[in-house]
Design a protein around this ligand. Structure first.
Ligand code: AHR
Length: 331
């Protein structure tokens, strides 16, 4: 559901309509499942959440976790969906500020390009919490804190797992996430850093596939066209692209899990099913379920307590040894 944009007259209406936050769109009912409907429930503080998109299970799980936690704690929540547009996400943050939110939760699509949104919140005096992805700014001064996973470590863990599985020698295809996003940047850096200890592990192709399944499939098809079968492993920056790659490999008669070993990041249900089926080797968890920490930060900040610059989630690694036992615990 796209965020409702306010024109100049809409903005005036918002400022002078005291019932706006109590009545959705000044009286217009919203359908169930509309994230903005959350703003209409309860009488607690109004919080804004600027999401990148709802195109993959990870993003949907993150929004659901934040929505559920807000509801549990009695907050009103406005959710915007930038539909993968950086410019739109910058506008979404301005929209949330204009709606009078007390805090902005921002999952920034890109690292550098979301800086204007950080500065807009700072200039408005509204604390902004970066979640899951990092953006260009100074914690404690320009934004409140960052809460999420350690993407560099995720890349390192995949490299270590693959080096073990491939006994130190492999020709690796890398499927990278959204260009310029902190997970794409850091997962590439961490992977390369850990590979330095394994000179027989070589990256032979690297392609962007935007963290999306279909794009992962297409990127893999193109790589198969150019490399043929001359690769042994695939490192996908997320599960969705790995699952797309598995489909492309199978279509080309290459057996995932036998001819080519795949590893990815996120640790979602589909990935664990693929591990159990023997098609995916491993997935390092990047949990989208950390909304409790976000609201703990908001509450601590409201009480005037100091907030750490970074709060890093603890993530697991799934492979054939634990996927069956843990599949019920993942998103
Ligand atoms: O920022 C986290 C990443 O973004 C997840 O790995 C990916 O699936 C999502 O789109």
């Amino acid at each position: 559901m796209p965020p409702r944009r306010l024109s100049a007259s809409g903005l005036l209406l918002a400022l002078f309509c005291p019932l706006l936050l109590a009545l959705s769109a000044c009286g217009r009912p919203r359908p169930p499942g509309d994230p903005q409907a959350e703003a209409d429930r309860g009488g607690g503080p109004l919080i804004g959440f600027a999401q990148v998109n709802h195109l993959n299970p990870w993003r949907i799980a993150e929004t659901n976790a934040i929505t559920g936690e807000a509801e549990k704690r009695g907050y009103r929540l406005l959710v915007t969906d930038a539909k993968s547009s950086t410019q739109q996400q910058v506008r979404d943050v301005s929209y949330l500020l204009a709606r009078g939110v007390e805090y902005v939760i921002l999952a920034p699509k890109e690292f550098a390009a979301l800086r204007p949104a950080i500065l807009a919140a700072r200039d408005a005096g509204i604390p902004l919490i970066l979640v899951d992805r990092m953006a260009d700014g100074v914690p404690g001064r320009e934004f409140l804190t960052f809460i999420g996973s350690d993407f560099t470590r995720e890349g390192e863990r995949i490299a270590e797992w693959l080096a073990g599985r491939m006994r130190g020698a492999a020709r690796i295809v890398e499927l990278r996430g959204e260009k310029g996003s902190s997970p794409e940047i850091d997962r590439a850096v961490g992977f390369r850093r850990a590979l330095q200890a394994h000179p027989g592990m070589l990256i032979v192709a690297s392609s962007y596939a935007n963290f999306e399944r279909l794009e992962g499939q297409k990127a893999m098809e193109e790589i198969i066209l150019s490399l043929g079968r001359s690769f042994d492993a695939v490192y996908a920056h997320n599960d969705e692209m790995a699952i797309g790659a598995i489909q492309a490999l199978k279509a080309a008669g290459i057996r995932p899990g036998q001819d080519v070993i795949l590893a990815s990041i996120d640790g979602g249900k589909d990935a664990l099913k693929a591990i159990i089926a023997g098609e995916l080797g491993a997935s390092v968890e990047c949990t989208p379920r950390f909304a409790d920490k976000i609201f703990q930060v908001i509450e601590a900040h409201r009480r005037g307590e100091p907030i750490p610059a970074k709060i890093i989630n603890e993530d697991r690694l799934f492979d054939i040894r634990n996927a069956g036992e843990l599949i019920r615990s993942v998103f």
